[in-house]
Design a protein around this ligand. Structure first.
Ligand code: NAD
Length: 518
């Protein structure tokens, strides 16, 4: 049944504090942000000042009716996610040789993880689902649509993907067969030549401005046809090659717009979609590694105050890397070499077997430990990095079941060496699909949160570049001049604590002081 978008969802908990007010339409919070400013002196010493700033947050309580439009809808991620949402919504069961299975949203940090809300009267921890911290859209209520250069309907796409069990495929087949991807923008030079056979569902012509307008109309039509309040667009189409950064073409907002009008060859399909979304005021998230967000496009998003996020879903190997390297470096152990080898046999792997597309992935995977290494100058000299190598091979017979082998070679105590070897086997699309849910749920939520500091007269939305989505992204995009955080634990804390701030709660700390004193 359609969501009643006129009433706010009753929250699981209400905060009882003079700093928090629940109105029919909003949660209003007053929050003191405590920070620590460090001034390095010429002699190397530091003067440290605790600083406090007052923030006001205002969150719309009504969860809107949301559409998710995926670019690459007919691919492995698109079909797996669509079928899984349908299975969850309709509580379908399916049988395999190991018994009866029920649908779930495991792997989604918003839907399947909990956060420590506080302690009860006896000092015991109380946990709530992360999804209950704020009024968030339920993924089962998402209306799904999108584009693909392949004309296969989603049932055929699901069969082609070979990800879901047959007994589930059988039950969702008719419903998925009703969904046919909209024709898309195809500039053959941007994805591997081996994708050419698939491209039979294309928006005609070579006029790039007309393509943007076409996509804009698709979004508007989808919204009207499904009675939606909001749409979020996610690029889960093939990895493109990098667009060349050329002064006068994609360096500024004006130049980029002119390049689109001139149908310049360095404007990629993903940038066409991003531009259409920016102009429609619809959040756009790039789940692939290419540089969709050329500087001109970022400038434009900022100017239009449109939300953008990227790049590249952080699903398996990199997620593990961003947790284990954080752990090692914070344990005082020095990774000196990280060697990552992958093989996979799905269409993503086929596309990545082409050098230029692989290069996009290699770049995206390469910077993931930089901030953790830079944070520890006991282990690493300035500018020193571990050797970091990434290899990806296409092995068709393993299908979507990607193999990732990683070796972490570490220097330890007194000249010792430690080699940690990790072997990860998993269907890639089962890892990426829940991330798409988190990206959509959180991006939509960010459209309903506003903030104001003491100096500001009006509430403002957050910055266009949604760095809060970093937890789900391999090469997180952040606003200009701000540091990139790759460490997984820090990324999760940011989510948890910003949500806490919005309901007027202090950040979670692990002091447990009440348990450590007499
Ligand atoms: P896939 O090849 O199965 O699906 C991609 C789909 O995009 C295909 O159906 C293809 O026809 C379509 N497509 C290509 N160009 C298009 C365009 N211009 N417009 C519309 N559709 C287009 O791949 P997948 O396994 O679903 O992965 C999708 C993307 O997500 C890849 O770029 C991959 O690198 C990225 N990614 C995946 C994971 C993961 O764990 N699965 C992790 C990180 C990133």
């Amino acid at each position: 049944a359609p969501v009643d978008s006129s009433a706010p969802v009753a929250p699981l908990f209400k905060v009882n504090s003079p700093n928090v007010e629940y109105t029919d339409s909003h949660i209003l919070s007053k929050y003191t942000y405590s920070n620590t400013v460090v001034n390095k002196q010429a002699d190397g010493s530091m003067i440290v000042e605790p600083v406090e700033q007052e923030y006001h947050f205002k969150t719309e309580r009504t969860v809107p009716r949301v559409g998710l439009m995926m670019v690459g809808l007919g691919g492995n991620n698109g079909t797996t996610l669509t079928a899984s949402i349908y299975a969850n919504k309709n509580k379908l069961n399916w049988r395999t040789k190991s018994g009866v299975h029920e649908p779930n949203y495991w792997g989604s940090v918003t839907q399947a993880s909990t956060v420590r809300l506080g302690v009860d009267g006896k000092g015991n921890d109380v946990y709530v689902p992360l999804s209950e911290m704020m009024p968030m859209v339920n993924p089962s209520d998402l209306v799904i649509g999108g584009w693909d250069i392949s004309s296969k309907n989603l049932a055929e796409g699901m069969e082609r993907a070979q990800v879901l069990e047959y007994d589930l495929q059988r039950q969702v087949y008719d419903e998925l067969a009703k969904i046919k991807p909209l024709p898309s923008v195809y500039y053959p030079d941007f994805i591997a030549a081996n994708q050419f056979d698939r491209a039979d569902n294309l928006i005609p012509g070579n006029d790039k401005r007309a393509h943007v307008d076409h996509i804009r109309k698709d979004i508007r039509d989808f919204k009207v046809a499904n009675g939606l309040d909001k749409v979020v667009v996610v690029w889960t189409a093939n990895t493109e090659r990098y667009a060349e950064l050329i002064d006068g073409v994609n360096d500024t907002a004006e130049n980029f717009l002119a390049a689109v009008t001139a149908s310049h060859e360095e404007v990629a399909p993903s940038s066409i979609f991003a531009l259409a979304c920016i102009e429609e005021g619809v959040p756009f998230i790039n789940g692939s590694p290419q540089n969709t967000f050329v500087p001109g496009l970022i400038e434009l998003a900022e100017r239009e105050r449109a939300f953008i996020g990227g790049d590249d879903f952080k699903s398996g190997q990199t997620k593990f890397k961003s947790a284990i390297v954080d752990f090692l470096v914070n344990a005082g152990i020095k990774p000196v070499a990280i060697t990552s080898y992958n093989h996979l046999g799905n269409n993503d792997g086929k596309n990545l077997s082409s050098h230029k597309q692989f290069r996009s992935k290699e770049i995206s995977k390469s910077t993931v430990v930089d901030d953790m290494v830079a944070a520890n100058d006991i282990l690493y000299k300035p500018g020193e990095h571990p050797d970091h190598t990434v290899v990806i091979k296409y092995v068709p017979s393993v299908g979507d079941s990607k193999r990732a082998l990683d070796e972490y070679e570490c220097d330890i105590f007194m000249g010792g060496r430690q080699s940690i070897s990790v072997y990860n086997v998993c269907e890639d699309s089962f890892l990426a699909s829940p991330l798409i849910i988190d990206l959509v749920v959180m991006a939509e939520l960010m459209t309903r949160i506003q903030y104001k500091t003491g100096e500001m007269t009006k509430f403002s939305s957050f910055h266009s570049v949604l760095s809060l989505l970093s937890y789900m992204l391999k090469a997180p995009m952040v606003s200009r001049g701000t540091p990139v955080v790759n460490a997984l634990g820090r990324q999760r804390s940011a989510i948890e604590n910003i949500f806490r701030a919005c309901v007027g709660l202090a950040p979670n700390n692990e002091m447990g002081l009440e348990h450590k004193i007499w």
